[in-house]
Design a protein around this ligand. Structure first.
Ligand SMILES: Cc1cc2nc3c(=O)[nH]c(=O)nc-3n(C[C@H](O)[C@H](O)[C@H](O)COP(=O)(O)OP(=O)(O)OC[C@H]3O[C@@H](n4cnc5c(N)ncnc54)[C@H](O)[C@@H]3O)c2cc1C
Length: 506
């Protein structure tokens, strides 16, 4: 036996991170396990980064409730945790007169969800977004929608949880539950329910009174180990993207097309970092690990994007990527809309000690803080007293971001620590000081991608071509290991295979 906890959380995407952060407020011993080498490597790492207004979720669903409750929480979260968030508003753009009537439908759904929206004319839309198609006939504006840095938000919530006492174990894969042994008579005494008392992992057994399933794409496999919802299946729904260079064809807003029955459509959106993001499409695939982009998919998203912004130019594309939505098959109020299958957030029948989540696809990023609050409420309803820690600190202090500072502030920082004067990533102006700070942070960055998620290094035009050898060197030096051990994203992705020269020391 490795340890005994009140709560064990499985999965360190945005859902697990927000749950860990909100539960860290209470006097609980919490273990948080993640099979990957870092937090934020699943669906949370590759998405559209939107904080949805919530006008288009089907009223009466958990998705609608969680979206509506979570959206207003993001201002305070960003302020306390110091990550990028901007409540810039979003637009659904109608092209041609026929699509304009669909805006009215969305407006009514917004009213049913209590989300304010406004229909503006085509001329007004063109004034707000000069590069938009001349064929636009109007748009639905939702002022409460926004954009965020999903990596920053997840890492900041995770770090705050760890600073408040949550024990995070990376490279730790849930394999199975540990059940309380007991006779049929003992089980009958608790209403026939079986009791989970811990988890088996690749790092040993851990005991806990509650286990929270926040395993994203694999949440179905986790719940099936507890014989919960055997009919529930998660299928990966792949979404592909283009990242466009900054300020070539300036896009100032979040632009959706009118939605279809299977997806919210291919959007063209600005990002917090000034790049334009184009995508995603929606492909149901069988392989939960296949995040490769396809030529057919890329063609599809390009055509979709051109419908909204015909002036986009393929010469400005600097990167492509794909994310996998953990779409489940839990039915919702309107079964005709495929992307509106509902979230599962429950303490299931027949099992003690499990808080079960599933199908946390879009708007899962937006909804994550409200899901965390709902999980807390479920625990309270199940009899947990949840006394507050007197010393809980909601604030995760910011670390210096060199490119955001004034010249005077940069000079003062360099005078204090010359490592902030050495720029390692030239496209994004990320300094050695920032990299070193992340390697020694409460959740240490130990791979190239971990540094990238924390600093945005390697996301510019050269995609890391210039910084990669320097980052490998810095990681090896700070972690006191061989450069041969340094990887892009964990074991099997090491950059270097052997020394090319004898190292001569004199
Ligand atoms: C293309 C795309 C676009 C999207 N756009 C938006 C958007 O704009 N706005 C929005 O609100 N939402 C959006 N979403 C949805 C959002 O990204 C997800 O709902 C959210 O990130 C899900 O977070 P999660 O923590 O539940 O899952 P994940 O981020 O996938 O995290 C689950 C974690 O569990 C770990 N895990 C799995 N199995 C085990 C195990 N056995 N043991 C230990 N750990 C395990 C995984 O490694 C992973 O780290 C989008 C999703 C995609 C793919």
């Amino acid at each position: 036996m490795q340890g005994t906890y009140d709560i064990i959380i499985i999965g360190a995407g945005v859902t697990g991170a927000m749950i860990a952060r909100f539960l860290a407020r209470y006097n609980l011993k919490i273990l948080w396990i993640e099979k990957a080498v870092d937090v934020c490597t699943g669906a949370t790492a590759a998405n559209s980064a939107l904080i949805h207004g919530g006008y288009d979720t089907v009223p009466g669903t958990l998705k609608a409730e969680m979206n509506t409750k979570a959206n207003p929480m993001w201002d305070q979260l960003a302020e306390e945790l110091h990550f990028g968030f901007e409540r810039c508003g979003t637009y659904v753009v109608a092209v041609g007169e026929e699509e304009r009537t669909l805006l009215e439908e969305l407006h009514l759904r917004g009213e049913a969800n209590n989300i304010p929206t406004e229909i503006i004319s085509g001329a007004e839309m063109r004034a707000r977004e000069p590069n938009i198609t001349s064929k636009t006939s109007g748009a639905l504006y939702c002022s409460v929608g926004g954009i965020c840095d999903p990596w920053g938000a997840t890492l900041a919530a995770a770090e705050n949880a760890v600073m408040n006492g949550v024990e995070l174990k990376l490279n730790t894969e849930f394999l199975d539950f540990i059940w309380e042994s007991g006779s049929a008579a003992q089980r009958a005494a608790v209403g026939g329910r079986r009791s989970i008392i811990g988890v088996k992992t690749n790092q040993g057994d851990f005991y806990g009174r509650w286990v929270i399933n926040a395993a994203g794409l694999y949440a179905d496999e986790v719940m099936h180990k507890a014989d919960v919802r055997p009919e529930f299946k998660i299928t990966a729904r792949r979404g592909e993207y283009y990242v466009m260079d900054r300020a070539k064809v300036q896009i100032n807003n979040v632009l959706f097309p009118v939605p279809t029955k299977v997806s919210k459509g291919i959007l063209v959106t600005t990002t917090l970092h000034g790049n334009t993001l184009v995508g995603p499409n929606a492909q149901e695939i069988n392989d939960k690990t296949d995040a490769a982009v396809t030529s057919g998919g890329m063609q599809e998203i390009w055509e979709g994007a051109q419908k909204l912004v015909p002036r986009l130019n393929q010469r400005d594309i600097i990167a492509v990527f794909a994310g996998l939505r953990p779409g489940g098959n839990a039915p919702c109020a309107d079964p005709s809309i495929a992307y509106h299958k509902d979230f599962i957030i429950e303490i299931p029948e027949g099992v003690n000690g499990l808080v079960n989540l599933g199908g946390i696809e879009s708007p899962g990023l937006t909804a994550a803080p409200a899901i965390a609050v709902r999980v807390t409420e479920l625990l309270q309803e199940a009899g947990e007293a949840l006394p507050e820690k007197p010393d809980w600190n909601p604030v995760r202090p910011a670390r210096p971001i060199f490119r955001h500072l004034s010249h005077a502030e940069q000079a003062a920082l360099v005078a204090r620590d010359p490592r902030y004067g050495r720029v390692i990533c030239r496209c994004e102006t990320v300094t050695e000081g920032e990299i070193v700070a992340e390697i020694h942070a409460p959740i240490p960055a130990t791979t190239y991608d971990a540094i990238k998620r924390r600093t945005w290094l390697g996301t510019g035009r050269c995609l890391g071509g210039f910084d990669m050898p320097r980052v490998v060197e810095i990681l090896a030096r700070e972690l006191e290991t061989s450069p041969l051990e340094i990887s892009k994203k964990g074991q099997g992705s090491e950059f270097l295979t052997r020394l090319t020269k004898e190292v001569i020391t004199c």
